[in-house]
Design a protein around this ligand. Structure first.
Ligand code: AMP
Length: 189
């Protein structure tokens, strides 16, 4: 099972990612988590990525693509994977389609979580208070929303035209939302 989760910041991708990893027995591959780990470890990638992340901007495609290629080539991804936060741009989506197409392992489902913007701003404020994420200030949140609308939302059309888009209402209890995802995606591992 190869799934990508799409949705604005604060739409619950992280939470649903954990649930789906358990349900399908596939690794949860979050580009944001990988980038935060690189920043924490002070790697070359982390040093290059940090300023973009703190500004709520996207890390350049070439850096993200190299990181994701390396991650998806690992053994645990052979049985499938759940992508969270990637792809974020048309160029990333096209590179991913090409890479997976060449391997004969295209995405099975692109799950899009829809949540209204007002609800998102409230959720992200709560998250900042709980987790102290340095990229959750009001201005950065607004910037990340703008980036989502401009760069990532167009991917909905891209994946709709590929016939793999499953649009899910992202409002409700986490359990209800995972139920909706599982019925859209189907049951088996
Ligand atoms: P996230 O945890 O997915 O919200 O990602 C946090 C930050 O990491 C984003 O605001 C971006 O700066 C960066 N980031 C994560 N994934 C990507 C991606 N696919 N392309 C570019 N930047 C990314």
């Amino acid at each position: 099972m190869r799934i990508a989760l799409l949705g604005p910041p604060g739409s619950g991708k992280g939470t649903q990612g954990v649930v789906l990893r358990e349900a399908y027995g596939i690794p949860h591959v979050s580009s944001g988590d990988l980038l935060r780990a690189a920043v924490r470890d002070g790697t070359d990638l982390g040093r290059k990525a940090k300023a973009f992340m703190d500004a709520g901007a996207l890390v350049p495609d070439d850096l993200v693509l190299a990181m994701m290629k390396e991650r998806l080539a690992k053994d645990d991804c052979r049985k499938g994977f759940l992508l969270d936060g990637f792809p974020r741009t048309r160029a990333q989506a096209e590179a991913l389609t090409k890479m997976l197409g060449e391997a004969g392992t295209p995405l099975d489902h692109v799950v899009s979580l829809s949540v209204a913007e007002g609800e998102i701003v409230a959720r992200l404020r709560g998250r900042r208070e709980q987790e102290g994420r340095s990229d959750d200030s009001d201005e950065t949140v607004r910037q990340r929303m703008r980036v989502y609308v401009a760069e990532t939302a167009p991917l909905l059309d891209y994946y709709r035209s590929h016939g793999v888009l499953r649009e899910i209402d992202g409002v409700g209890k986490p359990q209800e939302i995972s139920g909706r995802i599982r019925s859209a995606v189907g049951g088996s591992r």
